[in-house]
Design a protein around this ligand. Structure first.
Ligand SMILES: NC(=O)C1=CN([C@@H]2O[C@H](COP(=O)(O)OP(=O)(O)OC[C@H]3O[C@@H](n4cnc5c(N)ncnc54)[C@H](O)[C@@H]3O)[C@@H](O)[C@H]2O)[C@H](O)CC1
Ligand SMILES: [K+]
Length: 477
């Protein structure tokens, strides 16, 4: 099962792997033609009703595979308004090849020819709201026609994300959906076929530009709170700055007063809030809990916290009572396996931390992906296991990020990762935030390695984050 929105991410990943959308459209169109051949004998009349997006594009392709039929293709709108290159190229091919096509300039001009089969290619996963004109009039005529209706991807008016559908949705007899089932299709009174359109499994297995797009913030938001520092001061500062670079509007750091000034000294962009202790204590944790619960922002707990007994007890107490979203990193990870919590956690262990938490002890995390998945299922939280390849899993779905470079084996890259994930976790689902965060962090390192090989610093990565997050990470998956 996959939502329309996530389908877009998979398409983009496939393109980055070398399988462009136009190739997918050719497969989609062929699958539609097979459904028409299955519904009617050669010589039967077929009316294609196409929209201006790629849903229509699929049907323009299908027309080329139905030369044995009497096909008429109606475009709802003007051809100059066809919304994508690949749909327009396929429309143009129909013109060059003298196929029977008509442009319906407005709903009054909509005259559905009598047909044995109607192909509903008006709207697919690009829909928003009830059908607008001329799709609305067309849907009415299609539903009233005495023909077999074959819907492309989803019946027009069907919401491929939520599974519900517009009041004036097309009622299809058959649905040819692509790559994977869509939520709600199984509830329709229609014969649904899932057509494989040649998207490589890697497009879902490996994190790619589509995943960055899915988790990319569409504004400046979020006020993550880093609970860190004590023995160490760089880690919380790097995590908080990385959160700002990944779109957070404010970044707080709660730290012992003994090091708060030092952490503030790293960056005027941080809001450092000292507490009167040398390390995180259970009492301080209680106070911080009160503060963060009012904020409904993401917490990053762990960077530079140290492993004093009272700090581990404080971390345990914090996580047990916390109910929001948190990235748990570094020394705080040790307590997660024995903490029952309602919080939504993204744990970001390196190899050693993963083993100490009870996960597999191996250098090759990708090879141990199934074990890490089972470990995450047992733990009950998203695990982002950091390595040459990162393994990101919620215990059911597992992704692998192959971005990154050896030069990132410098102290602090785990802290920038934690901050990026925190900023994305402000608005994206935990698995999406973790997958995209891991990928963005790795791509930032790759950009630096081009000019600085093994000599860049974790702090150098901060300035690379925005470009990676907003150029869509258009690099290899
Ligand atoms: N990997 C795959 O699954 C592939 C799917 N393909 C097909 O692409 C469509 C999605 O195409 P897209 O261009 O994003 O959108 P649509 O064609 O669904 O529609 C966009 C089109 O419709 C207009 N519109 C939006 N809402 C409404 C409305 N309520 N009423 C009227 N018109 C509306 C909007 O303005 C656009 O012009 C997917 O379903 C598959 O069929 C590709 O073939 C590639 C592989
Ligand atoms: K459709």
């Amino acid at each position: 099962m996959i939502t329309g929105e996530r389908m877009g991410a998979v398409d983009e990943n496939a393109a980055a792997l070398g399988v462009p959308r136009k190739q997918l459209m050719e497969s989609s169109g062929h699958a539609v033609a097979r459904a028409v051949r299955d519904a009617a004998e050669p010589g039967a009349s077929v009316a294609i009703v196409a929209g201006r997006g790629n849903n229509g594009g699929d049907a323009f392709v299908a027309a080329r595979f139905l030369d044995a039929y009497d096909v008429t293709t109606l475009l709802l709108g003007r051809s100059e308004n066809i919304g994508t290159d690949i749909a327009r190229e396929n429309w143009d091919a129909l013109q060059q090849a003298a196929y029977d096509t008509r442009e319906v300039k407005d709903s009054s001009g909509f005259d559905l020819p009598g047909a044995d089969v109607i192909v509903d290619a008006m709207l697919g996963t690009g829909i928003s709201g009830d059908l607008r004109e001329p799709a609305a009039t067309a849907a009415e005529a299609i539903n009233a026609a005495d023909a077999t209706v074959v819907a492309v991807d989803v019946p027009s008016g069907f919401d491929a994300d939520g599974g519900d559908h517009a009041a004036n949705c097309v009622e299809a007899d058959r649905v040819v959906t692509f790559h994977d089932a869509k939520p709600g299709l199984q509830d329709l009174d229609a014969e649904v076929t899932v057509a494989d359109i040649g998207i490589p499994a890697a497009a879902e297995r490996y994190v790619g530009p589509g995943d960055i797009e899915l988790a990319r913030p569409d504004g400046r938001e979020g006020r993550p709170n880093v609970i860190g520092g004590g023995p160490y001061t760089g880690a919380p500062a790097l995590a908080a700055q990385a959160a700002l670079r990944a779109s957070a509007e404010l970044a707080f750091v709660a730290a012992p007063e003994s090091v708060a000034g030092e952490i503030q000294g790293y960056s005027e962009d941080l809001i450092v809030q000292p507490y009167e202790e040398d390390v995180l204590t259970p009492e301080v944790a209680d106070d911080l809990l009160e503060t963060v619960e009012n904020y409904d922002s993401v917490v990053v707990i762990g960077p530079g916290l140290g492993t004093a007994d009272e700090t581990l007890e404080a971390t345990r107490r914090f996580l047990e009572s916390y109910t929001g979203r948190a990235v748990v990193d570094a020394d705080a990870l040790a307590v997660v396996p024995d903490v029952e919590t309602d919080a939504t956690l993204v744990c970001t262990p390196n190899r050693g931390e993963l083993a100490r938490m009870g996960g597999p002890d191996t250098d090759d995390l990708a090879a141990a992906a199934d074990e890490i998945e089972s470990f995450a299922a047992e733990l009950g939280h998203v695990v982002l296991a950091k390595g040459a390849n990162d393994v990101i899993t919620d215990g059911e779905r597992t992704r692998i990020s192959r971005s990154g470079t050896v030069g990132m084996k410098v102290g602090g890259t785990g802290d920038t990762l934690a901050g990026i994930v925190a900023a994305l976790l402000e608005h994206a689902d935990p698995l999406d935030a973790a997958a995209a965060g891991a990928h963005v962090n790795g791509l930032a390192g790759e950009r630096l390695a081009e000019s600085q090989a093994y000599g860049f610093l974790a702090s150098d990565m901060l300035a690379e984050i925005p470009a990676v997050l907003w150029d869509g990470g258009d690099s290899d998956v």
